[in-house]
Each structure stands twice: as C-alpha cells, then as structure tokens.
Design a protein around this ligand. Structure first.
Ligand SMILES: N[C@@H](CCC[C@H](N)C(=O)O)C(=O)O
Length: 269
C-alpha cells in the first residue's frame, strides 16, 4: 500500500497467536527486495480493531507512522465495512475514520514538545533548537522539534527544492543532539495554510511523504507563527491535510491511500 506515496508492506498476522518477533536482518532483506519505507504488521488486539507494529526499512522497530496508520485503517475499514476503526500502536491507541473512498483521517493524539520527550540530549527550547546542520555547501539552523510518538526536527527554508536533502538528512539524523536519532523535515512556507515539505526519514531516507513529519511540520510552523492551526502539506507524493485542534490539542492527519495489491512474502519465523 502507499499513503501519499509513502510505501508500505502491510502484513496481517492477526490469526497468529502471540508476539511476532522479526530480526533486523529479516526486515532489511524484505525492504531490499520489496522497496518499502516501512513494514507494518497487524496483530490481534483485545482492546482495538488491531494492534500495529512498525519497522523502518533499516530493520529498527519504531513507535509511530502516520501514513501507515492511515493505510492500515483503510485496510481494516474495507474488511469490516466500518466507517471508523481503532488501532493500537506502541505510542498509543489511534482512531482512523474514512474521509472519502480512498481518503483516511487519523487522530494522531497530542504532540509532545518537552525536550525530554523528543528526546534531545540536553535541555533546549524546542520551538527553535540551538542547532546548525551543514552539508553539501548549505547551512541550515534552528529547527523546531516535535514528537508525534516519534522524533522530528523541522527546518524552515526558503527553497526546499534545491536543498541537498540526501546530504543534510543523514547529518541531522545521526547528530548526537538526538539520542534516538531523528526524522528530518525541510519545510518551505508558501503561506499560512500551505506548507511544502520534504522529509529524510530516520531509518528509511528520503520518502515521498511522511505523515508524522507533516504533523510535526504544521505544529512546529504554528509554534513559530508561520502557519495557522490547519494547513495543506504538500509532499513529493501527494497532499496531506493537518489540523492541530484547539479543543483537545490533538493533531488530525488526512490524506490519500492506495492499495497496490498483494506481494509474495514468505514469513519464516
Ligand atoms: N512514514 C512514517 C514515519 C515512519 C517512522 C519514522 N521513519 C521513524 O523512524 O520515526 C509516517 O508516515 O509517519
């Protein structure tokens, strides 16, 4: 499946009893063969429609994936005929609702904004980190930091199209300021309701879209006075809509999903 071009393989392990342990090497081999950004595995849940585990293409298991949650939500809603489903994840219980034939919204919960929650290596104002990244002859600075269940640093730049993201991304991802590494977002503000975003994802590299990255970009932009609480976020692979609600502080992510058919994946555990 894909969510605005963010590529997933979704494996359904709900019928299988117990925890599905996958080695880092197995996930990496599958990612190499199938070219996904994340592997999503659905497991049985007593308290939700399913529990979803998320692995990056580099084989690390992670806490959140916005577009993946929308894709899994679509799969579960198609299967059940329900207009809404709940999905357990490592970072909490998320609700997905149908917002069109191939459009799904997910309530991603509250952003976490304290430096310990990102996490950062030391106390810093997360509105604008005291941090500079340099690569490919370009220097960018003062990203906003946001956790959406996973860590994001969002840089605001004047021209995202010409930015050497393949060089800057790994510099940022592996900087010691981010002890759990970080997803690096590069955002150009078109106006208060339109943000152009490219993302270097932790453990996956440049992706066509990143759902939690879009949420983080909107939150970081609003905290800097650069965007409203609701905006379109234009990724390379499609358009996402993000709203940071005043009423409950939750971030709502909406966008397209596509089912690309089944792949032959031998699960040998
Ligand atoms: N593609 C995702 C984010 C996946 C996880 C991320 N790479 C991380 O390591 O935290 C999304 O749509 O949010």
């Amino acid at each position: 499946m894909n969510g605005a071009g963010n590529k997933f393989v979704l494996a359904d392990a709900r019928a299988r009893a117990g925890f599905l342990g996958l080695s880092r090497n197995t996930v990496r081999a599958w990612a190499h063969a199938l070219h996904f950004d994340q592997l999503l595995v659905l497991e049985h849940s007593d308290s939700a429609d399913a529990f979803m585990r998320i692995w990056n293409a580099d084989g690390d298991e992670v806490g959140a994936c916005g577009n993946g949650t929308r894709a899994a939500g679509w799969f579960l809603m198609e299967e059940s005929g329900k207009p809404a489903v709940s999905i357990g994840t490592a970072s909490g219980l998320l609700q997905a609702v149908r917002a069109g034939a191939l459009t799904v919204s997910v309530d991603m919960g509250k952003p976490r904004l304290d430096w310990q929650d990102i996490p950062l290596a030391r106390d810093m104002d997360t509105v604008a980190l005291d941090y500079v990244a340099e690569a490919g002859g370009v220097r960018i600075e003062r990203p906003g930091a946001v956790s959406m269940g996973n860590p994001h640093a969002v840089f605001f730049v004047s021209d995202v199209e010409t930015l050497p993201i393949a060089r800057l991304g790994p510099e940022v991802e592996y900087d010691p300021l981010f002890p759990e590494r970080v997803n690096a977002g590069f955002a150009q503000i078109y106006d208060e309701t339109h943000i152009r975003l490219r993302v270097w994802e932790r453990g996956a590299g440049i992706t066509a879209a990143c759902g939690t990255g879009a949420c983080a970009a909107l939150v970081a932009a609003h905290r800097r006075g650069l965007a409203d609480r609701s905006a379109s976020v234009m990724a390379d692979g499609g358009e996402l809509h993000v709203e940071w609600r005043v009423t409950d502080d939750h971030v709502i992510l909406t966008g397209p999903v596509e089912d690309e058919g089944e792949v032959d994946l031998a699960l040998e555990i």
